[in-house]
Write a protein that binds this ligand. Structure first.
Ligand code: GDP
Ligand code: MG
Length: 163
Protein backbone atom coordinates (compact mmCIF):
# COMPACT_ATOMS: atom_id res chain seq x y z
CA UNK A 1 0.00 0.00 0.00
CA UNK A 2 0.93 3.66 -0.29
CA UNK A 3 3.78 4.74 2.04
CA UNK A 4 2.76 7.37 4.58
CA UNK A 5 4.71 10.40 5.75
CA UNK A 6 3.48 12.23 8.88
CA UNK A 7 4.31 15.84 9.76
CA UNK A 8 4.64 16.38 13.53
CA UNK A 9 5.78 19.29 15.70
CA UNK A 10 4.51 21.78 18.24
CA UNK A 11 1.92 24.38 17.17
CA UNK A 12 3.03 27.29 14.95
CA UNK A 13 6.27 25.77 13.66
CA UNK A 14 4.70 25.70 10.18
CA UNK A 15 3.40 22.13 9.74
CA UNK A 16 0.34 23.17 7.72
CA UNK A 17 2.41 25.62 5.66
CA UNK A 18 4.84 22.82 4.82
CA UNK A 19 1.94 20.50 3.97
CA UNK A 20 0.51 23.10 1.56
CA UNK A 21 3.92 23.85 0.08
CA UNK A 22 4.74 20.20 -0.61
CA UNK A 23 1.20 19.53 -1.85
CA UNK A 24 1.48 22.48 -4.18
CA UNK A 25 -1.93 23.75 -3.27
CA UNK A 26 -3.76 25.01 -0.20
CA UNK A 27 -5.52 22.12 1.51
CA UNK A 28 -4.59 22.14 5.19
CA UNK A 29 -6.28 24.50 7.57
CA UNK A 30 -3.68 27.10 8.52
CA UNK A 31 -5.86 29.37 10.63
CA UNK A 32 -6.93 28.31 14.09
CA UNK A 33 -10.64 28.29 14.84
CA UNK A 34 -10.96 27.89 18.56
CA UNK A 35 -12.87 24.82 19.69
CA UNK A 36 -13.16 23.34 16.22
CA UNK A 37 -11.97 19.77 15.82
CA UNK A 38 -10.24 19.57 12.49
CA UNK A 39 -10.08 16.58 10.20
CA UNK A 40 -6.88 14.75 9.52
CA UNK A 41 -5.47 16.26 6.37
CA UNK A 42 -3.82 14.01 3.84
CA UNK A 43 -2.71 14.35 0.25
CA UNK A 44 -0.96 12.23 -2.36
CA UNK A 45 2.52 13.44 -3.36
CA UNK A 46 4.68 12.38 -6.29
CA UNK A 47 8.42 13.00 -6.59
CA UNK A 48 10.31 11.61 -9.59
CA UNK A 49 8.07 8.59 -9.89
CA UNK A 50 7.87 7.94 -6.13
CA UNK A 51 4.48 8.28 -4.46
CA UNK A 52 3.57 8.80 -0.82
CA UNK A 53 0.67 10.02 1.27
CA UNK A 54 1.48 13.15 3.31
CA UNK A 55 -0.37 13.65 6.61
CA UNK A 56 -0.63 16.94 8.55
CA UNK A 57 -1.22 15.68 12.09
CA UNK A 58 -1.49 19.13 13.71
CA UNK A 59 -4.62 19.90 15.69
CA UNK A 60 -6.17 16.51 14.98
CA UNK A 61 -8.85 15.51 17.42
CA UNK A 62 -7.89 18.21 19.90
CA UNK A 63 -10.90 20.23 21.05
CA UNK A 64 -9.05 22.45 23.52
CA UNK A 65 -6.65 24.39 21.29
CA UNK A 66 -4.84 25.73 24.37
CA UNK A 67 -3.77 22.24 25.42
CA UNK A 68 -0.50 22.12 23.51
CA UNK A 69 0.70 18.93 25.14
CA UNK A 70 -2.51 17.09 24.19
CA UNK A 71 -2.03 18.23 20.60
CA UNK A 72 1.52 16.86 20.54
CA UNK A 73 0.46 13.58 22.16
CA UNK A 74 -2.33 13.15 19.57
CA UNK A 75 0.12 13.79 16.74
CA UNK A 76 2.52 11.16 18.00
CA UNK A 77 -0.32 8.62 18.26
CA UNK A 78 -1.17 9.21 14.60
CA UNK A 79 2.48 8.98 13.59
CA UNK A 80 2.94 5.70 15.46
CA UNK A 81 -0.23 4.27 13.90
CA UNK A 82 0.44 5.34 10.31
CA UNK A 83 3.82 6.74 9.38
CA UNK A 84 6.64 5.08 7.45
CA UNK A 85 8.66 8.32 7.63
CA UNK A 86 8.22 11.19 10.10
CA UNK A 87 8.83 14.87 9.34
CA UNK A 88 9.61 16.51 12.69
CA UNK A 89 9.27 20.29 12.26
CA UNK A 90 10.95 22.95 14.44
CA UNK A 91 11.13 26.75 14.09
CA UNK A 92 14.59 28.22 13.43
CA UNK A 93 13.34 31.70 14.42
CA UNK A 94 12.17 30.81 17.93
CA UNK A 95 14.94 28.27 18.43
CA UNK A 96 14.64 25.14 20.53
CA UNK A 97 11.60 25.15 22.85
CA UNK A 98 10.57 22.79 25.68
CA UNK A 99 7.70 21.38 23.58
CA UNK A 100 10.19 20.47 20.83
CA UNK A 101 12.05 18.40 23.40
CA UNK A 102 8.77 16.74 24.41
CA UNK A 103 8.11 15.78 20.79
CA UNK A 104 11.65 14.37 20.50
CA UNK A 105 11.14 12.41 23.71
CA UNK A 106 7.84 10.94 22.48
CA UNK A 107 9.45 9.97 19.17
CA UNK A 108 12.09 7.95 21.00
CA UNK A 109 9.91 4.83 20.94
CA UNK A 110 9.31 5.02 17.18
CA UNK A 111 11.80 3.05 15.11
CA UNK A 112 11.01 4.76 11.83
CA UNK A 113 13.17 7.26 9.89
CA UNK A 114 12.83 10.88 10.99
CA UNK A 115 13.71 13.99 8.99
CA UNK A 116 14.15 17.08 11.20
CA UNK A 117 12.97 20.21 9.38
CA UNK A 118 14.30 23.54 10.67
CA UNK A 119 11.53 25.64 9.09
CA UNK A 120 11.33 29.43 8.63
CA UNK A 121 14.92 29.51 7.38
CA UNK A 122 13.76 32.15 4.89
CA UNK A 123 17.34 33.12 4.00
CA UNK A 124 20.57 31.14 4.12
CA UNK A 125 22.04 33.45 6.79
CA UNK A 126 19.64 31.80 9.24
CA UNK A 127 20.82 28.26 8.54
CA UNK A 128 23.67 28.44 11.07
CA UNK A 129 21.06 28.75 13.88
CA UNK A 130 19.87 25.22 13.13
CA UNK A 131 22.92 23.75 14.88
CA UNK A 132 21.19 23.74 18.27
CA UNK A 133 18.52 21.33 17.01
CA UNK A 134 21.14 18.57 16.93
CA UNK A 135 20.57 18.54 20.72
CA UNK A 136 17.21 16.89 20.05
CA UNK A 137 19.12 13.84 18.85
CA UNK A 138 16.42 13.00 16.33
CA UNK A 139 16.50 12.78 12.56
CA UNK A 140 18.49 14.06 9.63
CA UNK A 141 18.52 17.88 9.86
CA UNK A 142 17.58 20.08 6.90
CA UNK A 143 16.86 23.84 6.80
CA UNK A 144 13.73 24.74 4.82
CA UNK A 145 11.35 27.65 4.35
CA UNK A 146 7.74 26.96 3.44
CA UNK A 147 7.31 30.69 2.88
CA UNK A 148 10.32 31.15 0.60
CA UNK A 149 10.05 27.59 -0.79
CA UNK A 150 13.68 26.77 0.07
CA UNK A 151 15.14 23.27 -0.40
CA UNK A 152 12.03 21.49 -1.65
CA UNK A 153 13.97 19.11 -3.92
CA UNK A 154 16.51 18.28 -1.19
CA UNK A 155 13.69 17.56 1.25
CA UNK A 156 11.77 15.43 -1.25
CA UNK A 157 14.93 13.39 -1.92
CA UNK A 158 15.50 12.84 1.82
CA UNK A 159 11.91 11.58 2.11
CA UNK A 160 11.84 9.23 -0.87
CA UNK A 161 15.25 7.79 0.10
CA UNK A 162 13.60 6.69 3.38
CA UNK A 163 10.29 5.26 2.09
P1 GDP B 1 1.34 24.84 12.39
O1 GDP B 1 0.59 25.27 13.61
O2 GDP B 1 2.58 24.07 12.77
O3 GDP B 1 0.51 24.12 11.38
O4 GDP B 1 1.90 26.20 11.69
P2 GDP B 1 1.26 27.05 10.47
O5 GDP B 1 1.56 26.40 9.17
O6 GDP B 1 -0.15 27.36 10.78
O7 GDP B 1 2.18 28.36 10.54
C1 GDP B 1 2.28 29.14 11.73
C2 GDP B 1 2.77 30.53 11.36
O8 GDP B 1 4.11 30.45 10.86
C3 GDP B 1 1.93 31.19 10.27
O9 GDP B 1 1.82 32.56 10.58
C4 GDP B 1 2.79 30.99 9.02
O10 GDP B 1 2.57 31.99 8.05
C5 GDP B 1 4.20 31.07 9.59
N1 GDP B 1 5.18 30.34 8.75
C6 GDP B 1 5.08 29.08 8.29
N2 GDP B 1 6.15 28.75 7.54
C7 GDP B 1 6.96 29.83 7.53
C8 GDP B 1 8.24 30.11 6.92
O11 GDP B 1 8.85 29.31 6.22
N3 GDP B 1 8.78 31.34 7.19
C9 GDP B 1 8.15 32.26 7.95
N4 GDP B 1 8.76 33.43 8.16
N5 GDP B 1 6.93 32.05 8.52
C10 GDP B 1 6.35 30.84 8.32
MG1 MG C 1 -1.48 23.49 11.41
Amino acid sequence: SMPKVAIVGRPNVGKSSIFNWLAGRRIAIVDDYEGVTRDRMTTLIEHEGNFFELIDTGGMGVVDSDDLTADVEAQIEVAIATADVILFVVDIRTGLMPLDSLVAERLRSIDRPIVLLANKADHDNLDISAEEFHKLGRGHLICVSAEQKRHRDELMQLIVDRL
